[in-house]
Design a protein around this ligand. Structure first.
Ligand code: AMP
Length: 222
């Protein structure tokens, strides 16, 4: 199974993708998580990617695309994969098509999450992440049991560098509107977007959205 999850930053993509992985027995490939892990480990890739990430800009395709191709070939992804944060431009979507064609694979479904813009900004500012196991929390909506500590692995929670700067937040949302939103049309034309948008808002949490997605995938026999 190959799924793509789309939606602006702060819509809960990562959280929904995580729940889908647990339920469907597939793995999550988050390009942002790979970059952050590399930065934490101080690798050349991480240092290079951070020049762009810290500004809220896209990391160049020469770095990002081969990294995704490699992850698609890994044995961990043999049961299925959900792409989270890739593709982010129509060019990346076309490159992904080529990569999949070479491997005789195809995207089964594209999931589109959405949230009201004011909530998105608030969620980015209040988001906290576990640098160890990647669990995501929120200082208002989904607090950990012990403040500042990951429920799952006990590591100290941190704030993403690009969530600290208003400029980086605005850059990312602008890139989403101008470069990433058109990717959805690219997939709509191919007829592989899972019906209408799946909404997450203060009244409707990630768990419900994930259950909704699973029901729709079942209905379609995916
Ligand atoms: P995310 O965790 O998905 O919000 O990604 C964090 C940052 O990583 C983005 O703001 C970009 O700088 C970089 N990034 C993640 N995915 C991509 C991608 N597909 N193409 C280019 N840059 C990316």
């Amino acid at each position: 199974m190959l799924l793509v999850i789309m939606g602006a930053q702060g819509t809960g993509k990562g959280t929904v993708a995580g729940i889908l992985c647990e339920n469907l027995g597939i793995v999550q490939l988050s390009t942002g998580d790979i970059f952050r892990k590399n930065l934490k480990d101080n690798t050349k890739l991480g240092i290079e990617a951070n020049k762009y990430m810290s500004q809220g800009q896209l990391v160049p395709d020469e770095i990002t695309v081969p990294m995704v191709a490699e992850a698609l070939d890994s044995s961990e992804s043999k049961n299925g994969i959900i792409l989270d944060g890739f593709p982010r431009t129509t060019e990346q979507a076309m490159r992904l098509d080529e990569i999949l064609k070479e491997r005789n694979k195809k995207i089964d479904m594209v999931i589109n999450l959405c949230s009201p813009r004011e909530e998105i900004i608030e969620r980015m500012i209040t988001r906290r992440i576990c640098p160890n196991c990647k669990a995501t929390y929120n200082t208002k909506l989904s607090k950990p049991k012990v403040e500042g500590i990951c429920d799952k692995c006990g590591a100290e929670l941190t704030q993403r560098e690009d969530d600290k700067s208003e400029e980086a937040i605005n850059n990312r949302l602008e890139i989403y509107d101008t470069q990433t939103a058109p990717v959805l049309n690219y997939y709509k034309e191919k007829g592989i977007v899972l019906e209408e948008e799946i909404t997450i808002s203060k009244n409707r949490m990630a768990k419900e959205a994930a259950a909704d997605v699973i029901e729709k995938l079942n209905e379609k026999g995916i």
